[in-house]
Design a protein around this ligand. Structure first.
Ligand code: NAP
Length: 297
């Protein structure tokens, strides 16, 4: 599995496994989580994507129980987590209005809670989950710098930021924001042309792509022409349609890191097939044309 240099001394696996749906699984026992992580590791997927809010602030704790049961796993993986969304659930049950909080106090409290729940002494990559319209970059930026200096967080980045949000936060920081995790798939293509990817490419920052299979909507019958094309290309190359959809992201020069969310061990075991798929320029545009519903001008 290819690895992406993200910060000095820190690499991420090109394919990342996401934990958003972890609490939806019928089995959330430590043994089941360990089996998923092992299935990822067998494919060379070492990077695990979390957020404090997943599962109503429960998923990090579920994962932490598994790490306590199998502590040797910790040094085999990189943990990404996010902070900044405050919703009325779990430890924020008393919240009156769902909101964003990028204050130093909230970020620091969130990191402490994540470290405790994840049963770890360090977060490899901390992301600000959403752009905060009330953000004071002169407070948020130095708070992130201080966390990196403390060693509690090895690197920092953002998620769902537009270029201007990214530049504003970066302008108040000494550390470099190392990624932007954005929605990107054959179901959601705006970033290819709205400047989001171009901004990151210009700065040689590798993006992470969330819901790279459109959260499963590629396969639910709503996009029959797209699914048929993915299946045909998959048959030609001896892989399944999931691998082709991921390969379409991997083929792009921006060094996109797809974050996959399946709960099924059999699907995890086949994810790395995406690296075997050849997507040439015309095949890329064939899928893009079907995805956007119009020929390029
Ligand atoms: P995804 O991989 O696009 O979608 C996963 C969903 O697709 C699962 O429900 C899975 O069902 C289904 N699926 C996968 N392959 C399938 C197939 N061949 N046929 C039918 N269904 C299939 O990604 P996601 O779960 O939406 O998101 C991935 C990760 O991105 C999350 O875990 C989270 O870490 C991250 N994320 C970040 C943000 C953000 O704001 N930064 C937002 C959303 C998500 P099965 O479980 O049955 O396989």
């Amino acid at each position: 599995m290819e690895r992406i240099d993200i910060a000095p001394g820190l690499t991420l696996s090109r394919l990342v496994y996401g934990m958003w749906r972890l609490a939806e699984d019928t089995d959330t026992s430590p043994a089941r989580i360990e089996a998923k992580v092992e299935a990822c590791l067998e494919q060379g997927i070492t990077t695990m994507d979390h957020a404090d809010i997943y599962g109503g602030y429960t998923v990090e704790g579920i994962f932490g129980h598994a790490l306590k049961a199998a502590p040797a796993l910790r040094d085999k993986i990189e943990i990404v987590t996010k902070c900044g969304i405050v919703a009325p659930a779990g430890r924020h049950a008393a919240t009156r209005v769902k909101h964003y909080d990028t204050s130093a106090a909230h970020i620091n409290a969130s990191v402490e809670a994540s470290l405790k729940d994840l049963a770890t002494d360090r977060i490899d990559l901390l992301l600000i989950h959403r752009p905060d319209p009330f953000m004071d970059a002169d407070e948020t930026g130095p708070a992130l710098d201080t966390l990196v200096k403390s060693g509690k967080v090895r690197s920092v980045g953002v998620s769902n930021f537009r270029p201007w949000d990214f530049s504003l936060l970066q302008s108040s920081m000494e550390e470099t924001l190392v990624t932007n995790q954005i929605e990107l798939s054959l179901i959601h293509t705006p970033a290819f042309t709205n400047g989001d990817l171009a901004f990151l490419q210009e700065r040689m920052i590798a993006p992470m792509a969330w819901s790279p299979l459109g959260g499963g909507s590629l396969f639910d019958g709503s996009r029959p022409e797209l699914l048929a094309a993915l299946k045909r290309i998959g048959t030609e190359q001896g892989v399944d349609e999931t691998a082709v959809a991921i390969a379409w992201l991997l083929a792009h020069p921006a060094r996109i890191m797809p974050v996959l969310g399946t709960n099924r061990l059999d699907r995890i075991a086949r994810i790395a097939d995406a690296a075997k798929v050849e997507i040439d320029r015309q095949t890329w545009f064939e899928l893009y044309t079907i995805a956007t519903g119009k020929e390029v001008p």
